[in-house]
Structure formats: C-alpha cells, structure tokens
Design a binder for this molecule. Structure first.
Ligand code: UTP
Length: 471
C-alpha cells in the first residue's frame, strides 16, 4: 500500500497517530510499521471502538436463559451406569486408536502471576518442582504408554512467547516426547486501545498488541495447519485444556466417550460452584444452546436462586476443559465465523505521543479478546460432564492468595493423598484434615486414581513430615 493510501485509511478510521513518528523512522522501521498497519482489520476497528472500547457494558446478557443440563460425576441410576460404562469403553478405544490429541492453550501473558516467561515454564510440582510443561509432557507420555499409542500434543502460543516456548522445549529435549509429536504454533493478536479508542504504540515503529484470547485458538488451529496435521494422523477429537491447570485429566475415557456417544461437536467439563458468585463462567441454555454467561454478567437475582434442595439453580461452573471435534473447527473456519470480543481494562506499556516510554501504574487502556467457550452455542450438540473440583481444578493464576501456586500445590498434594488413601494406603493427617506430608505422584506412576492399586507394593510407609515422590 502506498503511504498516501495508508494516511487516508488511518484518517478515515481516526488512527492517524500511528504515523506520529514516521519522520524519525529509518527505512526498516517504516517498513515494519507499514506491515503492521496493513495487517490491522480496518473493516472491524470502528465497530470495536464503538462497541467494546468505549462501551463498558458491551457484553449483552440474553433476555431468556435457563440452567444447562449435565451428566453427574457419578451415574444417577442403573441405566446411566450402563451408559457411563459404554462411554468409558468407547473413550478408551478412541484414545488407543489415535483419535484423540492433546491441546494446550499457552498463549496468555500471565500478567496476574507476574512470572517472567511463558506460564508453562512455571515450576509447580510439590516435591520435584517440575514445570507445568513438564507435568503435561509426562502425562502425555504416560497416556501413550497406557493406551499404547503416541498422542500428538498441540500447543498454542502467541507471537509474544512463541520463540521462548520453542527454545524451552528444545533445551529440555521435548521432555522425552518425540519432537514430531509436539506441534507449537501461534495465535493472532489484537491492537490495544487507549480509553478514547486510539490504538497505542509500543514503540515508534511498533503497534501495541496482545494475544487475541483463548478463543483465538479456533482460528489458529486452522490457519497454523494444526487441524490438517490432526486429520492426517486420524485425530477426530481435541482434548482442550489450559496450561495453568496441572490437575487436568487429559485422557478421560468417560468424557471423551460421552462426547462421542452423544455426537456432540464441543463438550465441556463443569464443577459445582462453591457459591453464587464464584468467579467462573456459568453454563446456561439460551435458545436451546449451551452458552456460558460470565460470573460478572449473571444478575445477582439469578446467581442466588436455589432449588428446593438448597443447591444453586445455576450451579455449573466452567473450568475450561473441553473436547472439540476437528470437523467442528474445520467447519467454523470454512463457513467463516466470529466470536464476540470481551474488553479488559489493563495497564498497557506504550510510548506517549512525545515518544516517551510509559510503564503505567494504573490501568490506561483496553485489551480485547475472544473466549473459547463462546463457540459452544455454535455447536449443533454440546455435552456437559460434571467433575469434582479436588480431582481436576487447581489453576495457577495469581502470585498469592486464591488460585496461586501455593493453593495449586496444596491441591496437588491433597489429590495425591486422596488417591493413595482410596487404595488403602495410610496417609498422616493434621488435625484440620490436611495431609501432614508432601506427596507427588508422577504421571508415569498413575494417571488416575484407579492406577494406584496396581502399584501398592512400590509405595513406602508415609510418616508425618515426609516428602514422598512416586514415579
Ligand atoms: P487467562 O485468561 O487466565 O490469562 O488464560 P493468562 O494470560 O494466563 O493470565 P492473565 O489474565 O494475564 O493474568 C487462561 C488460559 O488461556 C490461555 C492462557 O495461556 C491460559 O492457559 N490464553 C489466554 C491463551 O492461550 N491466549 C490468550 O490470548 C489468552
């Protein structure tokens, strides 16, 4: 595009400030900036500014919604027990038949954790201090051994952490996985705005931007060639998880089997919320479609509603664990789809219009992102399976307090203690019921509770204060 045309385009969309330092740039800097401007989607920017950046209440809550239906974590009657058994068998067959791939979204910036580097490189396991990447790599290796079938692992990064993530995998020899079975790709980005709707500059030749949200995975899986690679391998089901939840059960035959039996296109795991306003999305039904309404958008009146037995009417919380069909992702992209954007008020480092670098102490602008659960209503069928929090949800979000490394580690130990006790192993406990020892169960030792029984002879006696690593 010629400079004159670019100037005109920017003027039309009130973004001329992007060329504020043009005269100071060398030819390489100018090329750089022009390429980034050309990549902006000007057909949408005005709409984003009007509807999201300048409109704080952009998320419309549907007029009519009801609680979503779900399968319980245990079957409710004999008929359902039969279905769960059938599903488990089918799930195992699909995994061992190479129909399932692991997929981690790891493109986030992890700003709340404040860790320098990709969040997947954060050390977390209670005894060995393994990183999240290593835990999942070992889980995938153990799954491959258990089901006698290598499972490819797709990892979405962003342009901000792609090179670093690749370097980490490379220097760790892919944690023992075959390099050809690890597919690391990049998601898209969206520009960052100030409160007036002006796109910010990160440098004189660089537009400030951030990853386009985990919802960006549905496009990036397609454009990166990951879906094509999956199809070549015969993969039909994507086991989707977030890089910051070390407890996720990637290979869950029941979840995969129920999804397949119900012919769903995108399914979800849910937990029972610990209160009306727990900060997780709410699974609802809108026009007969499964839809997640964010905790901040669910009106208090609805959030507080209770059933006669005291349980919450809207009790199902979303924990970002899904099964997604490769065909569904392909169909969405072939037909063209858009997910709604969500606005987040953030501190955005940038240069001001005098060229001075600003590291803001207070939020100064808007980041936009899409969420993967907003694809649920686009699925012709969607299944929800309840899971138990202590078994599958210990996210590492914050540096301290709720959902921090500390709580996540505690939950990892608590789950290990539960697994051992349920197999008849004595675990010392404190008066408050927490384990009086630190236990880490490597994925190679057990992928799920039921795997412990076969290993009882390898478990030492555990005394108060012990640190035990089982591998
Ligand atoms: P979060 O929404 O918790 O964001 O992401 P985050 O980036 O990890 O942390 P904050 O909000 O900056 O503190 C949930 C999951 O989605 C991934 C993250 O890597 C994490 O696994 N994610 C998020 C992406 O892959 N891309 C994104 O653009 C955003």
């Amino acid at each position: 595009m010629k400079l004159e045309d670019v100037k005109k385009l920017l003027k039309t969309h009130e973004q001329s400030q992007l060329l504020a330092f043009w005269e100071q740039l060398d030819p390489a800097g100018r090329d750089n900036l022009l390429t980034q401007i050309e990549q902006l989607d000007f057909s949408k920017i005005d709409d984003w500014v009007a509807n999201y950046v300048k409109n704080p209440s952009s998320a419309a809550v549907p007029a009519d919604f009801a609680p979503a239906l779900s399968y319980g974590s245990v079957p409710k009657d004999a008929e359902q027990r039969r279905k769960y058994n059938e599903a488990r068998e089918l799930g195992r067959k699909l995994i061992s038949g190479g129909r399932v791939a692991a997929f981690a979204v790891a493109g986030g910036q992890g700003t709340r954790l404040g860790f320098d580097g990709p969040k997947g490189d954060f050390p977390i396991s209670p005894v060995k201090n393994k990183t999240l990447f290593q835990i999942f790599a070992e889980t995938i290796a153990a799954g491959a051994k258990k089901y006698r079938r290598a499972c490819p692992w797709y990892i979405m990064t962003s342009p901000l952490n792609y090179e670093q993530t690749r370097a980490i995998f490379h220097s760790n020899n892919y944690y023992g996985l075959n390099e050809n079975d690890v597919f690391i790709f990049q998601q898209g980005t969206l520009p960052n705005f100030d409160f007036d709707g002006k796109i910010l500059l990160a440098d004189k030749d660089k537009i400030a931007c951030s990853p386009d949200g985990h919802g960006g995975s549905l496009k990036a899986l397609y454009t990166s060639g990951a879906i094509e690679d999956m199809k070549k391998r015969g993969v039909e089901f994507i086991s989707y998880f977030q890089i910051d939840n070390p407890l996720v059960n990637i290979f869950d035959p029941l979840f995969i089997g129920l999804h397949a039996l119900d012919e769903a296109e995108m399914s979800s795991k849910a937990l029972i919320k610990d209160g009306p306003k727990e900060k997780v999305g709410n699974f609802c039904l809108v026009d007969g479609r499964v839809t997640v309404i964010e905790y901040s958008d669910l009106p208090d009146r609805e959030a507080e509603k209770r059933n006669p037995d005291g349980s919450l009417v809207f009790e199902l919380g979303s924990i970002a664990i899904h099964i997604i069909n490769t065909n569904f992702v392909e169909k969405l992209n072939a037909e063209g789809f858009t997910l709604p954007l969500h606005r987040a008020v953030k501190k955005i480092p940038h240069i001001d219009w005098t060229g001075k670098y600003i590291e803001p102490a207070e939020p100064n602008g808007i980041k936009l992102e899409s969420f993967v659960f907003d694809a649920l209503p686009l699925a012709s069928k969607s299944m929800i399976l309840q899971t138990v929090r202590s078994e599958e949800f210990a996210p590492v979000k914050n540096a301290a307090g709720i959902d921090s490394a500390e709580t996540s580690r505690e939950m990892m130990v608590a789950r290990s203690a539960d697994w051992l006790e349920s197999a008849g192993v004595a675990v010392p406990r404190r008066p408050d019921g927490t384990a009086d020892c630190v236990i880490e169960i490597a994925p190679s030792f057990a992928l799920e509770k039921a795997d412990i029984k076969a290993k009882l002879n390898q478990i030492p006696e555990i005394k108060p204060g012990d640190s035990v690593y089982l591998a």
